[in-house]
Design a protein around this ligand. Structure first.
Ligand code: SF4
Length: 318
């Protein structure tokens, strides 16, 4: 709006022209309906991890407080934690003293946990309870001689930890994020007794297609749908938002699995823009200006202030 006032001031418009410009601005603001999704932003697992990390640092000013790996996929939050003196560890030092290490919501492999313990860290395990449940189910299936299939991305830390926990009890384990990937192992899994768990942030469509394929080749199939409630609520709401709006904005890191899946679901159903923060809105001015009903949703690792900033920027007509 500021730019408009400046424009009027410096351009000496006639009263009629001024009224016309103001009318246009009014029409722009009135015609836009911006809806914020109910399930946008931090999930309970992420909220718990961020709050506990800050609390631990406050309560232990003399101790070194570290997190093994980035606490969440959000550069602003990592920076904020670093400013508070909370260190992100990418490698485990040989020996430490007076140091706490937080296990993030994705969990960690038994090997990492052992190494941290041996190094002398006091461990605070903030693995999300939903992720713990997947680790538990995966271990149970392997112990019961099921060939374990983990539906998810092999390189994602949550999946790596689930797999490593299960590997303590057997070797028949595969990770796949699509039917195509599984088909490459058809001979290995054909006619087996198969057990399935799912990365907590996967798409339901992915699980469905994999289960359909496995039904056609397995001897016995046991499925645990371990997509967490936060993810399913968010994804179901996104499908509704796609029906009711001209445009949906997904706010969150492009490195975040749950945010990327949200954007994928929406792209199949509606005009969708995936941005990390308000700065990127600049690139989508045209499509935003031409949309009357806009919905905003966000991944589980997107802080509220980033979402608010996006909404305020659109409202400001920038
Ligand atoms: S997305 Fe789900 S599993 Fe992951 S931290 Fe949040 S609640 Fe837990």
């Amino acid at each position: 709006m500021l730019e408009i006032y400046v424009f009027l001031l410096f351009n000496n418009l006639t009263a009629k022209e001024t009224l016309l410009v103001l009318k246009k601005v009014g029409q722009y603001l009135l015609s836009k309906e911006i809806k914020l999704a109910k399930y946008a932003g931090f999930c309970y697992g992420v909220k718990r991890a961020v709050l506990t990390a800050k609390k631990l640092k406050k309560e232990n000013p003399d101790k070194k407080v570290c997190i093994f790996g980035e606490l969440i996929h959000n550069a602003d939050v990592i920076r904020e934690l670093e400013n508070l003196g909370i260190i992100t560890l990418y490698e485990i030092p040989e020996q430490v003293e007076n140091a706490i290490c937080i296990i993030r919501s994705h969990g960690a492999t038994p090997e990492i946990l052992k190494q941290l313990e041996n190094a002398g860290f006091e461990i605070h395990d903030l693995t999300c309870l939903d992720v713990k449940k997947v680790q538990q189910k995966a271990m149970e299936l392997v112990k019961d001689n099921y060939f374990l299939i983990i539906v998810g991305k092999a390189e994602h830390p949550e999946v790596m930890a689930i797999k490593a926990h299960a590997e303590q009890f057997g070797e028949n384990i595969l990770v796949a994020s699509s039917v195509e990937e599984l088909k490459q192992h058809a001979d290995e899994i054909k006619s087996q007794k198969i057990g399935v768990v799912v990365q907590t942030t996967q798409r339901m469509e992915t699980l469905n297609s994999i289960v359909e394929y496995l039904l056609s080749i397995s001897k016995e199939l046991k499925i645990y749908n371990t997509i967490c409630l936060s993810t399913s609520h968010r994804q179901n709401e996104a499908r509704e938002l796609a029906k009711e709006n001209d445009l949906v904005l997904v706010v969150g890191s492009k490195k975040s699995a749950n945010t990327t899946h949200l954007a994928e679901i929406l792209t199949d159903l509606a005009k969708t823009i995936h941005i990390e923060n308000a700065d990127e809105l600049e690139n989508y001015k045209e499509i935003i200006n031409s949309s009357e009903k806009i919905a905003v949703t966000a991944g589980a690792s997107t802080p509220d202030y980033i979402i608010e900033n996006v909404i305020n920027t659109i409202k400001g007509g920038k």
